[in-house]
Design a binder for this molecule. Sequence first.
Ligand SMILES: C[S@@+](CC[C@H](N)C(=O)[O-])C[C@H]1O[C@@H](n2cnc3c(N)ncnc32)[C@H](O)[C@@H]1O
Length: 372
Amino acid sequence: MGDPARDSETDRPSAGKAPATDSEPTEAKVAEPRKPVTEDAPNIEEQDPPLEATDSEDVYDDDDDMEDTDEYSAASVTVRSSIWEHEFEGGRRVRMAYHHYRHGRYPLPNDDEEQEREYMKHVLHLEQTGGKLFNAPIAPNPQKILDLCTGTGLWPVAIAKMFPSAEIVGLDLSPIQPFMVPPNVRFLVDDVEDEWMDRGGYDFINLRHSCMYLQDMDKLINNCYSHLKEGGWLEITDYCTFIRCDDGTMPPGHPVAQVARMMHQCLLNYGMNGYTINELEQKYKNAGFKNIQCRVIKTPIGPWPRDPKQREVGILFRDIIHELIRALAAKPLKTLDWSETEMEVFLAGARRALWDKKVHCYTNFISWWAQK
Ligand SMILES: C[S@@+](CC[C@H](N)C(=O)[O-])C[C@H]1O[C@@H](n2cnc3c(N)ncnc32)[C@H](O)[C@@H]1O
């Protein structure tokens, strides 16, 4: 499908520098970009018609005043109180993990604000899917479920209640999961991009909101394939970082779209990719998966849709992106060659632009599921 947002992506932001550059990363630990940033929208077939916008600019929004307002792998470790360490960058806690376990690997903070934002994303997922936490038609009595990059463990805890007979393991670099969880859930600290040393035999493997932060999705999908039992399912879900607009209301150089492109550039600098979620079909095929299916859900940013439910979704998503911009400012955006003042001024403008109800922008929430 054609993308009207494409032409509006060519202007430079008002702070005076192109957001997407091929310049060297400034941090020693940051990897070389894998490929140059593209101006083109990632290619994905959208299944829904354009969302209808309300005629009135005077839509209800209660937030109008905006902001200023062990068996697993050799490297697995279980979570003990003595291993918690804190490290701060840009005023945000970026690490709370086992000694220097894979320090710097994850580009966002993992502090309370970020965990709150993860909770908002979980609620948004439920809102968008009518409460469905996965699409794969898994067998009725799964025994082993794996949640990769589990974060605060919201997904496995919700799933544990649905499948009390299943053993559910959540893996993450950071021990930020709660202690009080259903008895069939356990969490391990591990890097999902390491070799997988466990016995496998999973009925279902899930990866939500995280594939853009991983460096080798081909390897990860191959690992998932070999660790699923015959007939087991893999599901990967994420937002695409590309901002779209179907009705021409997003002006050229719109700061929100620019921040999204800057995020994509930063991720490339870390050897990651904000558009990966669009590209999973071929990776699934290469790994040997069958019954590959995809669902693309348009997610509005702001209270511009006519439909009241979509309006609520838009308000929540706008607030999530507002907090994401703060999180990006704490670390990843520092890998771009901007002065601190330039960046601050530009990001303040971008956060304000989120409140512009005349701009009907959205991004895609994409799920891919497939069977071994
Ligand atoms: C956006 S959060 C995930 C949220 C969670 N999946 C959910 O749906 O609520 C991304 C998580 O991925 C974890 N992560 C990033 N890279 C990882 C890796 N290589 N191995 C394990 N965890 C990783 C981060 O520590 C972070 O908690």
